[in-house]
Every structure is written in structure tokens, then in C-alpha cells.
Design a protein around this ligand. Structure first.
Ligand code: DQA
Length: 147
């Protein structure tokens, strides 16, 4: 299998850089994709980086990952707090799952404190902004080296 890491981003993350900058910062999703590409440049891993506002598209990517992904990094955005269906899809995936949030959801409104995805995630990274994605890539490569 090609060593592909999927980074799946949920709704409204396409608006990073414009959206609630006091919470999510100035960087766009394109900037985050570049950071991740740069991080993997001299590694054995390839990257599939995607974003959708549609729950079904996200589930289809996770299902594709069952065959094609070595690990999945997911920022489910608003679906974090609502989607049993995304959790169910992730439960079929055998590889490592890292849940990333730019903001610290545990310190925001109470409806953001619960995450369905955390039930499946091997690691949850929150409140570190775009660096959280890099930490997720480090976590995956360190753990794959161990296995
Ligand atoms: C988010 C946190 C979610 O609560 C929110 O709905 C988002 C982004 C984050 O990255 O901090 O859209 O996942």
C-alpha cells in the first residue's frame, strides 16, 4: 500500500483566514495544507488533504481511507459534536486516527465539549492552531516507526 496520510477537514474550515479570526487565527486552510506538505516533503508519506461542508463526502473519504490510508487526521469541525455517522465510519478504519481542533473546544461553549469522534481517536490535539496538524503528523510517524 502507498503510505498515504489522509487529512480530512469539515465544514467552514474553507473559510479559515476570514472566519472568527480571534478564535481560529489568520492562516487559511491553504496555508495549513502547505505546512503539512512541507512537513512530509522528505518523508516516505504522501498526503491526501481535503475539506468538505458535506457530511456524506467526509464519510465517503473515510470509507476510501479504509483501503487507501495509513492514518487519518480529522478536524470534523461542527460535525465533531453531532455526527454519529462520522464516528461509525472511523470505527471501520483500522489505522491510526488523530482528531485535531484549532481551538480548545474544552474551554469554549458547553455544546463543544463533547466529541463523538474522540471515542475512536487515538489522540486528540486541541487549542494549538495550525501547529496541531504538525503535531498530529509527528504523532503518526513516531507511532508507525514503533510498530
Ligand atoms: C473546530 C472546533 C469546532 O467546535 C468548530 O465547530 C469548528 C472548528 C476547531 O478546529 O477548533 O468548526 O473543530
Amino acid at each position: 500500500m502507498e503510505k498515504t496520510i489522509f487529512i480530512i477537514n469539515g465544514p467552514n474550515l474553507n473559510l479559515l483566514g476570514k472566519r472568527e479570526k480571534d478564535i481560529y487565527g489568520q492562516q487559511t486552510l491553504g496555508d495549513i495544507e502547505e505546512l503539512c506538505k512541507e512537513k512530509l516533503k522528505n518523508s516516505d508519506f504522501s498526503l491526501f488533504f481535503c475539506q468538505s461542508n458535506s457530511e456524506s463526502e467526509i464519510i465517503n473519504w473515510i470509507q476510501r481511507g479504509i483501503n487507501d490510508a495509513l492514518a487519518i487526521i480529522i478536524n470534523p469541525a461542527g460535525f465533531t459534536h453531532t455526527s454519529v455517522a462520522i464516528l461509525d465510519a472511523l470505527k471501520v478504519f483500522d489505522g491510526m486516527v488523530v482528531e485535531v481542533h484549532l481551538s480548545d473546544i474544552s474551554k469554549r461553549e458547553s455544546f463543544r465539549h463533547f466529541s463523538y469522534v474522540s471515542e475512536r481517536a487515538d489522540k486528540v490535539i486541541k487549542g494549538k492552531g495550525p501547529d496541531g496538524y504538525i503535531e498530529a503528523l509527528d504523532f503518526i510517524s513516531e507511532n508507525l516507526l514503533k510498530s
